[in-house]
Design a protein around this ligand. Structure first.
Ligand SMILES: [Zn+2]
Length: 304
């Protein structure tokens, strides 16, 4: 069975070392060009595994990159050019550690809704109901009201990004500008998120980029054909969703599935997950339905 794995933040180098060593002993590790060849119909793959990492925070350079180099495992990472150029954090990095009570009250006041109608929802699920411009406004209001400063920069530096790009081992792909739920955006802002991120990342790296991963990444909830068409127009060859399945030839090239691996996930659990295949799939479906069902409920509460 062929698998694409998806990591985010990894705060423990030893854990990542053991994880990659375990995966490498069981799979043929492949790079992004091999995957593109596979979907172009030029080659077949058996027991192949590709590693992807989203967001590009500083733990990639500290804990992931050294291990990928040590084992010579190819991978692809998905980043926003905006965070590097403006030296800023993603909105979800800023929210971490905020007082949820205060932030929820700010949202209630700003949207003219009753806090008790949505108080029991997770703050990230609530924020993902809104356009990213609105999320930024809520966070700005929070910082003003609580006298909170922006957090120190938590992502890789431009120099590190360029060094990784030039290693030849890691492909760098696009992950929008502001990490929105693209489905929430207008036609204009969705086009901006996709077109600008592709152009600006290519400028930063000095060459075109060919791969993309959607923030969140479930078709018809987080992105739609509108985004797929924009990506195709920009000559993006391959894009990744977060549907947790093994990959196969019949996959939609703009919605390739990936199996998410959490930070410090127990190796035993990880092994079970890798070998369960389609059974894991149905387990995961139940989990995703939860957040997506809640987002639909929240859309009704906020009338967005
Ligand atoms: Zn992301």
């Amino acid at each position: 069975m062929n698998k694409i794995l998806n990591f985010h933040l990894v705060d423990n180098l030893e854990w990542f070392d053991k994880t990659i060593s375990m995966i490498k002993s069981r799979y043929n590790m492949v790079g992004i060009d091999t995957l593109i060849d596979y979907y172009d119909g030029n080659i077949d793959l058996k027991n192949a595994c590709h590693i992807t990492i989203d967001d590009g925070d500083q733990t990639f350079y500290q804990n992931i990159y050294p291990i990928l180099k040590k084992y010579q495992v190819p991978a692809s990472i998905y980043v926003s050019p905006k965070i590097f150029k403006e030296h800023i954090n993603y909105w979800f990095q800023e929210v971490e550690g905020y007082d949820e009570k205060i932030l929820k009250q700010i949202i209630a006041t700003d949207t003219n809704t009753n806090l008790k109608d949505f108080d029991h929802y997770n703050i990230f699920t609530i924020l993902k109901t809104f356009r990213v411009e609105k999320i930024h406004q809520f966070l700005e209001l929070y910082r003003k009201e609580t006298n909170t400063a922006l957090k120190p920069y938590q992502n890789m530096s431009i120099d590190e990004l360029i060094q990784v790009d030039q290693s030849g081992l890691i492909a760098i792909g696009v992950h929008t500008m502001n990490h929105p739920i693209l489905m929430n955006e207008t036609d204009e802002s969705s086009a901006f998120e996709i077109n600008s991120s592709i152009t600006e990342l290519a400028e930063l790296l000095g060459h075109p980029v060919k791969c993309f991963s959607y923030p969140n990444g479930i078709y018809n909830y987080d992105f739609s054909e509108r985004e797929e068409n924009l990506l195709l127009k920009n000559n993006v060859k391959i894009t990744f969703s977060t549907v947790a399945k093994n990959f196969k030839k019949s996959d939609h090239i703009m919605r390739i599935p990936r199996i998410g691996i959490s930070n410090n996930e127990k190796l035993l659990f990880l092994k079970i997950k890798l070998f369960l295949g389609s059974f894991w799939d149905s387990l995961k479906k139940i989990k995703t339905t939860g957040e997506y069902k809640q987002r639909l409920e929240l859309q009704r509460i906020f009338n967005v």
